[in-house]
Design a protein around this ligand. Structure first.
Ligand code: PLP
Length: 467
């Protein structure tokens, strides 16, 4: 009988995969020798593999290019990066190497935009699509950007008051978008998203607030489905409802020429992940074209705002198994040397799954375990993978340290986890390493931030403020 961990994976999945390979009995991710990384920097650690950001942007651009060609689509495609999925400078610097645009969600995003413009990273003609509920500071930052002449800054109107608030501060005519409040999936706890304006109210809102307003020009209809772009009846039905609103609006508003389908491209969350991106993009482009043909209106330019897809697959976290606690006949807890709640908060908050694999000891026998974090919160655990109700890892052996990796964790985890801030049970935030690739293919690593120490946390807590 084959009882090695390696056999388990090879019998369950197609393995190796494009980004995951074995060298001896150790895991490599995009050619990164993960054990070497651990030897050099220790664990726990988090890392960002920057080239994956550019790679994914260019994959998406290629799918849209193919779809546009296939359907002889007359509109253009614009890739925006949704900054809230990771605001770090290194992420934006990498993303902006690929001739893309930006989507923002709140006031300070605009300060980032200003910095990126100053450094020459963001082009003066780049689209800056401003989503989110706009409070005073966000309104005045958007107004500043427009008043400085950034004509392609497009606030997306989220509620009935925003046009008046913006117009008070913006000097010249400006372009806007309107966000449709989508209907949530039937199993959701509420029917209609709180973000945006309801389907039925869009045209009346346009007639009341925009049509005779010489200062604003409606250019974009924005649509975002919380559950993502999926090949489900629900998604296609919502897209079609949105297209009907586009048609109705276009008939009364000739300046409307863009449809923004938001973010929501999925990323690989298990070794069994399958998703036909090209098919989805082609079908979206096809549906838009067919609806526009049927109602005899020009097809719109298409915008996307991929967040997870841009940055998610660039990130990873590595932990060491510190100890095994056998709490009863069947439950063995492998304790990691960090916390899930603070370092991968989505695993705790929304039961999100990531690809999880051991870094070393692939030739050892495996066992079924539960993974526990170091905080004293009973919810600080990870106990199942995407397609199975269990987790298997090489058998715990005190004298043979075991390291495990969580992959494709690059989106949202740092901002939701409060990077650099207070951590639950004061379990410090791990070191963060940036990995890049030179032109000749050599990988380089550098520390972006050290593991938090007692001083960092005590300072936040106010203990040394008065000295
Ligand atoms: C308006 C808008 N656009 C884009 C995104 C990015 O979504 P994702 O990370 O799924 O691509 C979000 C995420 O919440 C969003 O609210």
């Amino acid at each position: 009988m084959n009882t090695k961990y390696r056999d388990l994976i090879e019998q369950t999945f197609y393995f190796p995969q494009e980004e995951f390979k074995l060298e001896d009995n150790e895991l490599q991710f995009h050619g990164i020798d993960l054990m070497k990384l651990v030897e050099q920097y220790g664990a726990p650690l988090k890392f960002t593999y920057l080239p994956k950001i550019s790679e994914n942007i260019n994959r998406a651009k290629e799918w849209f290019k193919n779809a546009i060609k296939e359907h002889d689509y007359k509109g253009k495609y614009n890739y925006c990066y949704c900054t809230k999925s990771s605001h770090f400078e290194h992420v934006l610097n990498e993303a902006l190497n690929n001739d893309i645009h930006i989507e923002t969600s709140s006031a300070f995003d605009i300060n980032i935009v200003q910095k990126l413009k100053k450094s020459g990273k963001l082009h003066k003609d780049a689209y800056v699509i401003c989503n989110g509920f706009k409070r005073d500071q966000y309104i005045s930052n958007i107004a500043d950007l427009l008043n400085e002449g950034h004509k392609n800054c497009i606030p997306i109107i989220d509620n009935y008051e925003e046009i008046d608030l913006l117009s008070e501060q913006i000097d010249d005519p400006y372009k806007i978008g309107i966000r449709i409040a989508s209907e949530e999936e039937p199993k959701f706890e509420f029917y209609t998203s709180r973000l945006g304006i309801g389907y039925k109210n869009i045209v009346p809102f346009f007639n009341k607030k925009v049509k005779d307003n010489p200062q604003v020009e409606l250019k974009m209809l924005h649509f975002f489905i919380n559950t993502g772009i999926r090949d489900t009846a629900y998604y296609w039905n919502e897209l079609n409802k949105c297209l009907k609103v586009y048609i109705d609006l276009k008939k009364v508003c000739p300046s409307l020429d863009s449809l923004n389908i938001g973010g929501g491209f999925p990323i690989k969350n298990s070794l069994a992940f399958e998703y036909d991106y090209q098919y989805m993009v082609s079908e979206i482009v096809n549906q838009i074209k067919l609806t526009c043909e049927e109602y005899e209106v020009e097809v719109p330019n298409i915008f996307t705002e991929f967040g997870s897809f841009t940055v998610g697959e660039s990130g990873g976290a590595i932990y060491e198994i510190l100890y095994q606690k056998q709490q009863n006949d069947r439950e063995k807890w492998n304790m990691i040397n960090s916390s899930f709640i603070t370092t991968l908060p989505d695993t705790w908050a929304i039961s999100k799954k990531f690809v999880m694999l051991p870094i070393n000891r692939w030739n050892d026998e495996y066992e079924r375990i539960l993974l526990g974090g170091l905080t004293c919160d009973s919810d600080d655990y990870y106990n199942s993978e995407q397609n199975t109700n269990a987790i298997y890892l090489p058998k715990y052996k005190k004298e043979k340290p075991l390291f495990i990796g969580f992959f494709n964790t690059g989106a949202y985890q740092e901002s939701i986890g409060g990077f650099g801030g207070l951590q639950h049970c004061l379990i410090p935030q791990p070191k963060h390493i940036l990995i890049d690739k030179e032109k000749d293919g050599t990988l380089t690593t550098k520390v972006f931030s050290e593991q938090q120490n007692a001083e960092d946390l005590l300072h936040i807590l106010g203990y040394d403020r008065n000295k």
